[in-house]
Design a protein. Structure first.
Lengths: 114, 114
């Protein structure tokens, strides 16, 4: 299957700093990429939908100024957690789709804010 | 909007037991349906899919049939193994506002004991 690479796989940062997470589709062009946050009890929360060349669409309750999403090309989307706080600590997962095919997932990023 | 409902877990089974994880959906269009699996400490990976009514997806002994009349896509396996212990997510993929959208269920944790 197609490969989606997410980097870094884990990161520890100090409170108040910003962290950037990259999501790349390695062998296909992703018209749409999604960013999810996974909470301790396993549920996946869709944060935003990112379409190449346009602004991301954020789900209700997700702060767009805090979670900056950029989808500059058909193979790269980035999520920047700005001014991170301990409550932002979580597992962030990206996925990429091409047309109506299945979503392919990155391996996730474990963010810990201390 | 689209939604996916799957049975709450955790589900605990003995090895070689029969597995069913129920999944129902609501969608305005004609979605594709998927089951994803997340092993401990890892990201999500596609387990199986079905793209139209009456299609049966199968992989690694798991199978699910796209039932349009009951809007269901139940996951089954005849004989589970300890290595099947994971979280299973039912999902649908549909076009929304001209863009691809993937909607997940909340996930069902499966624990298989020897």
């Amino acid at each position: 299957g197609a490969v989606v690479s997410q980097h870094p796989s884990w990161v520890i940062c100090k409170s108040g700093t910003s962290v950037k997470i990259e999501c790349r589709s390695l062998d296909f062009q992703a018209t749409t990429m999604f960013w999810y946050r996974q909470f301790p009890k396993q549920s996946l929360m869709l944060m935003a939908t990112s379409n190449e060349g346009s602004k991301a669409t954020y789900e209700q309750g997700v702060e767009k100024d805090k979670f900056l999403i950029n989808h500059a090309s058909l193979t790269l989307s980035t999520l920047t957690v700005t001014s991170a706080h301990p409550e932002d600590s979580s597992f962030y997962i990206c996925s990429a789709v091409q047309s109506l095919r299945e979503a392919f997932f990155g391996q996730g990023t474990r963010l810990t804010v201390v | 909007g689209d939604s996916v409902t799957q049975m709450e877990g955790p589900v605990t089974l003995s090895e070689e037991a029969f597995l069913t994880i129920n999944c129902t959906y609501t969608a305005t269009g004609y979605p594709s349906l998927f089951w994803y699996v997340q092993y401990p400490g890892e990201g999500l990976q596609l387990l199986l899919k079905a793209t139209k009514a009456d299609d049966k997806g199968s992989n690694k002994g798991f199978e699910a049939t796209y039932r349009k009349e009951t809007t269901s896509f139940h996951l089954e396996k005849g004989s589970v193994q300890v290595s099947d212990s994971a979280v299973y997510f039912c999902a649908l993929s549909d076009l929304s506002g001209g863009y691809q959208k993937v909607t997940f269920g909340t996930g069902t944790k499966l624990q298989v004991i020897p």
